[in-house]
Each structure stands twice: as C-alpha cells, then as structure tokens.
Design a protein. Structure first.
Length: 90
C-alpha cells in the first residue's frame, strides 16, 4: 500500500510540473490555445488525479483499520485458545 501512495504522489508531482510548465508557456505565448489547453486538459487531469488520490487514501485508511481490527481479534482468539480454561469450557 505504501508503494501505491508513493506512485500517486509521483503522479501528482508530474501533473503539477506539467501545469507549471504550461503556465510558463501560457505567460510567454499569451494565446487562447494555451488557455484552452490549460482549462480543458491540465485542470481536469489535475482535479481527477487529486480526487483519485483522496479516494485511494480513504480506502487505504479503511483497509489499515480493518487490518488492525483483525490483528486485535487474532490476538484475542489466540489468548482464548491457549488459555488453560479453554479445555474446561462447555
């Protein structure tokens, strides 16, 4: 899961760099095509990447929480199984 977050962070950095470079070009060219490209491509891709990263982070948090709950349950069951009282319970 940590590798996946690392890749999402890298993707976000690439999109940010692309956006930055496009802004530089836009400032130098000052034409409608670069503005249109920024509005219809860069902004949409950047927004989609951010939404995707947020969704993945929420899912990752949920999965990590479930893992911790399962570990706690495993420890509790392990204690019950190894307890000397286990053999005498009906």
């Amino acid at each position: 899961m940590d590798d996946f977050k690392k890749y999402l962070d890298e993707l976000h950095q690439y999109v940010q760099a692309f956006d930055h470079n496009n802004k530089i070009l836009n400032e130098n060219w000052q034409d409608k095509k670069s503005e249109h490209f920024s509005d219809t491509c860069i902004t949409i891709v950047n927004g989609s990447c951010q939404e995707y990263a947020q969704t993945v982070e929420q899912v990752r948090t949920g999965i990590n929480s479930s893992i911790e709950q399962l570990k706690a349950m495993e420890q509790e069951l392990s204690k019950e199984i190894t307890s000397p009282e286990w053999a005498y319970k009906d």
